[in-house]
Design a protein around this ligand. Structure first.
Ligand code: CA
Ligand code: CA
Ligand code: CU
Length: 312
């Protein structure tokens, strides 16, 4: 599905600046990264370091199917998954004719390439978003997310902005609400319960996406930062990013250096927050410090995004 750098996504008109659905995050300094030793070394969640951010705005919710539909209706935008004709769907969620189920991905057999899976058909051609208007849009690439933000008069958050907002004012906590995963036996986010990847007990109520306002918001009013869907951030991803910042204290408004060819579809871009597939047995990235990435052209049924804005 890789394509040449020159083959960029369709351009859309720049929208007038909009702060709709956004909350103002006051500037401040925080400890960025994993203070608990929970992370996978290869992800580069350490060293922890102090980051100082200017005030900014960020969406309290991930972009929904209804919102993305408005964007598509206004611009005629066609997503990368639609142009490719295929996207990745979790095997227990697939709703497609056998002939449309193309193959499993190497090393991650629970992901199936499904012909006709896209944002309108998140589980495959037989599915729709009719009942999922308030769920996060998925099967959107980083470049699709960029296009939406451009049109909406917003922008993607930097990785540092995402983490600071997800922390909700708590200092070095593991989750947006504190250090304990559950509270009185109740789930506070949408991840996986049971035996991954075959049996999900649905303790939290959801096999795949939950509505964007499911579960309590954090101290800044943000819903579902961890769990539900991964969220694209603006930055290019490098596992050595934090190590490279060593010596700066605090690091002020960090943004990863753009690669030589920023439009290249294969540039790895930061994703944050983990998804409904996260489970301690194989992927504990449902923590505020957790980092991951995917190439700018990639899409799947568990990647979405939320937007940010300068404080203005
Ligand atoms: Ca779940
Ligand atoms: Ca999320
Ligand atoms: Cu995960």
């Amino acid at each position: 599905m890789a394509r040449a750098a020159a083959d960029t996504v369709p351009s859309v008109p720049r929208g007038e600046r909009s702060t709709r659905g956004q909350v103002r995050i006051p500037g401040g300094t925080f400890w960025m990264g994993d203070s608990h030793g929970d992370g996978y070394a290869a992800d580069g969640e350490r060293p922890t370091h102090r980051v100082q951010l200017s005030p900014y705005l960020i969406d309290t919710k991930a972009v929904t199917n209804a919102q993305f539909a408005s964007f598509v209706k206004a611009t005629g935008y066609v997503t990368e998954a639609e142009r490719d004709g295929v996207s990745a769907v979790f095997h227990l969620a697939v709703d497609a004719a056998p002939a449309d189920i193309l193959r499993g991905a190497a090393g991650v057999p629970w992901w199936l390439a499904v012909r006709g899976a896209d944002w309108r058909h998140p589980a495959g051609p037989r599915s729709s978003v009719g009942d999922l208007q308030n769920h996060p849009v998925v099967h959107v690439s980083w470049r699709d997310a960029q296009a939406y933000a451009h049109w909406a008069g917003k922008r993607l958050p930097t990785e540092a902005e995402w983490e600071y907002a997800a922390r909700g004012g708590l200092d070095r906590a593991r989750f947006p609400w504190g250090d304990e995963l559950t509270h009185g036996g109740r789930w506070r986010c949408n991840i996986w319960q049971g035996d991954f990847p075959q049996r999900n007990t649905l303790d939290d109520g959801y096999l795949t996406t939950a509505p964007v306002t499911a579960f309590q918001p954090n101290g800044y009013g943000l819903h579902n930062t961890v769990g539900n869907v991964w969220e694209w951030c603006r930055d290019a991803f490098r596992a050595t990013e934090y190590a490279d910042r060593a010596g700066e204290d605090p690091v002020v408004d960090p943004v990863a250096a753009e690669p030589a060819e920023p439009d290249d579809s294969r540039v790895p871009r930061v994703m944050r927050g983990g998804s409904y597939l996260c489970h301690d047995s194989y992927c504990n990235r449902y923590r505020v410090a957790a980092r991951s990435s995917n190439t700018a052209e990639s899409s799947s049924g568990n990647i979405g995004f939320r937007c940010a804005n300068d404080a203005g």
